[in-house]
Design a protein. Structure first.
Length: 480
């Protein structure tokens, strides 16, 4: 009798043991104090699929940049894969027979997350084609949809004055180049001379440049530092270090302190180069162009499916948060209100559960979701054949993804998985990863892993996480 009772107990516990074993290697991280939420399951034919592994799948944790799969899904649901954001140039008057626009020229920022210098050049060319040769009024950059957006993360708030990165760009519906200035550093002809530092986007030195780079002899190596400072209301790019005489030019990106102001400066320089003077200078505004404004030129951005590939492949924070703001249905939204729109989409997915998203990028450490919730989102996109190809194409395969740190694990893991990662180091460590896998027999599955540290947990490398995850997923893929 005792033996039979023990056997019955073991049989009752078998499903739980099987699920725990599904993430046996990842579960070892709990011994170091990390909080883990994980779930992997097969996708059934319209029915809930078999769960292959789980660790507290309903534990609410920070997803870091895995938040971006939410904004991608919500944007596809709202706009569709072929949606394009439009940026317009309008005038408060029509140009006369001589091409004189006796009024203001207004750039109506359309919230395009990938508006670039090339798009501005196309606008200027089309303005010229429309017959405009002179503007007697001002160049007005209208960010009436949103911007300047109040910062709610430390990196972005500090970036209003000084920044040494490109990922914490400020937000505006009239921003270009992902909210970043770009400078090119090239060697001088002779060692000992200052390097040649120029703007990537204009013959005009925009922004102002503080060049501290020295040219060194051939094969001396190139080591560059750069930070963007703001002095007396103007941006300055300070570049230091060295570059070899035989080195190729290097491009450096740093966020601007005023994205709409950056657009104004670059567009003014382009108009000047195109021979279209603007007498009244440039200003930015939060006011919408008047209903009586005359459309002069317009440019459509890339389709949404292309924007999502850039957003997710490169984990572009500026693009993700701009898309989130585009989704908000309130006037001049802030980032939390943009997150509300994504939350509403997620809560509308049957079985998802509660979620908090204060941003689409995941830069906000207050974001919270669960591994089970992420998998509900992933399955919902899988069930929508008109949207799924655009969604899954924006994820990375470890074997050939643009982020080299994910190129780990076995051949099976590298070529049977598509994923999105998320990383935060402050205020606590976050390593998150979610996506799809294909089993040996061709079945689809979804998986999500959220790992959060505490103030006392040790550093957690991506190699540790991916090496363990690859072993766990390998077993699931091979056995089904």
């Amino acid at each position: 009798m005792p033996f039979r009772l023990l056997a019955c107990c073991l049989l009752c516990l078998l499903p739980l043991v099987t699920q725990a074993q599904g993430f046996a290697r990842l579960a070892e991280l709990a011994e170091d104090g990390f909080r883990i939420g994980a779930e992997a399951r097969l996708l059934g034919n319209g029915e809930p699929g078999e769960t292959l592994g789980s660790i507290e799948p309903r534990l609410a944790l920070s997803p870091a940049s895995v938040s971006k799969v939410y904004v991608a899904a919500a944007a596809l649901d709202r706009f569709g894969p072929q949606h394009r954001f439009t940026t317009r140039l309008v005038g408060t008057a029509e140009p006369d027979a001589a091409g004189v626009l006796d009024g203001d020229l207004i750039l109506d920022g359309g919230g395009d997350p990938a508006l670039t210098t090339e798009d501005l050049w196309r606008l200027v060319q089309r303005l010229h084609q429309a017959g405009v040769r002179e503007v007697t009024g001002r160049l007005v950059i209208s960010q009436w949809r949103f911007g300047p957006v109040t910062c709610i993360t430390t990196d972005r708030c500090e970036g209003q004055h000084r920044v040494d990165n490109a990922y914490s760009a400020l937000l505006s519906s009239a921003a270009i180049n992902y909210g970043n200035w770009c400078v090119t550093v090239a060697p001088a002809r002779m060692p000992g001379e200052p390097a040649v530092v120029t703007s990537c986007d204009s013959q005009t030195r925009l922004p102002a440049i503080d060049n501290r780079v020295e040219t060194k002899p051939d094969d001396s190596g190139t080591r560059l530092t750069a930070e963007r400072l703001t002095r007396d209301g103007a941006d300055v790019m300070r570049v230091g270090g060295q570059i070899s005489t035989n080195a190729h030019p290097r491009e450096i990106y740093r966020t601007s302190s005023d994205p709409a102001g950056q657009t104004a400066e670059l567009l003014m320089a382009m108009l000047d180069q195109a021979g279209i003077p603007v007498a009244g200078g440039a200003v930015t505004t939060a006011l919408e162009p008047p209903d009586t404004a005359h459309r002069l030129a317009a440019v459509d951005g890339e389709p949404l499916q292309e924007l999502l590939l850039r957003t997710l492949n490169y984990s572009n924070n500026f693009m993700a948060d701009t898309l989130a703001l585009d989704l908000a249905e309130v006037p001049r939204p802030n980032l939390v209100q943009a997150g509300d729109a994504i939350e509403a989409f997620a809560r509308g997915l049957p079985g998802h559960g509660e979620v908090r998203l204060d941003s689409g990028s995941g830069l906000t450490p207050e974001n919270r979701t669960t591994a089970a919730g992420v998998n509900v989102l992933l399955e919902s996109l899988f069930r929508r054949p008109a949207l799924f190809p655009s969604f899954v194409a924006a994820l990375q395969s470890p074997g050939n993804g643009v982020m080299r740190f994910i190129r780990r694990g076995s051949e099976t893991f590298q070529h049977h998985v598509m994923l999105k990662t998320g990383t935060l180091n402050q205020p606590v460590t976050v390593r998150a990863v979610a996506g799809y896998f294909r089993t040996r027999t061709g079945r689809w599955g979804v998986f999500s892993v959220l790992i959060n540290g505490t103030a006392s947990t040790p550093y957690l490398s991506w190699s540790t996480v991916l090496d363990r995850l690859s072993v766990d997923l390998d077993a699931m893929i091979a056995s089904h």
